[in-house]
Design a protein around this ligand. Structure first.
Ligand SMILES: [Zn+2]
Length: 138
């Protein structure tokens, strides 16, 4: 009986985490989108500055561009990376830092999007870690 109660407590804590951690991340990202320094019209210069600040490996090839199709980063077959930052949501220093943190942490080197458990790891670990990492900028 005691084990059943303990299991229910853990299940409740797990479900609460599944809801609150992504909500906190979304809240931080919305706040950053309004108050972080907007990036200039020179994305390569912005990338170089933030990349230096985050001490990203100099050997990694990273391409950057602005878009109107959402902000995200991806890894190419030649091991280079792309960062696309949306004009409305993410074209700011925090957005750039967030995507660079995903690259720095190796989040794009793993496949997170196929199994439910991988998605959970992404939303409960990789996304909060990138969000916290992005807090260091202006
Ligand atoms: Zn992210």
């Amino acid at each position: 009986m005691k084990n059943k109660k303990s299991l229910l407590k853990r299940l409740g804590l797990g479900l609460t985490s599944l809801i609150t951690i992504p909500l906190i991340c979304i809240g931080i990202q919305l706040y950053q989108n309004n108050y972080s320094r907007p990036l200039t019209d020179n994305p390569e210069m912005e990338l170089a500055n933030v990349r230096k600040d985050l001490k990203i490996n100099k050997n990694l090839k990273i391409n950057i561009d602005y878009t109107s199709e959402g902000s995200y980063s991806s890894k190419n077959i030649d091991n280079s990376y792309n960062i696309l930052l949306d004009f409305d949501m993410g074209r700011n220093e925090a957005g750039l830092r967030h995507e660079l943190c995903h690259i720095k942490n190796g989040d794009l080197d793993k496949i997170f999007h196929y199994k439910l458990s991988e998605r959970a790891v992404y939303f409960l670990w990789a996304e909060p870690r990138a969000t916290i990492c992005s807090l260091g900028g202006n």
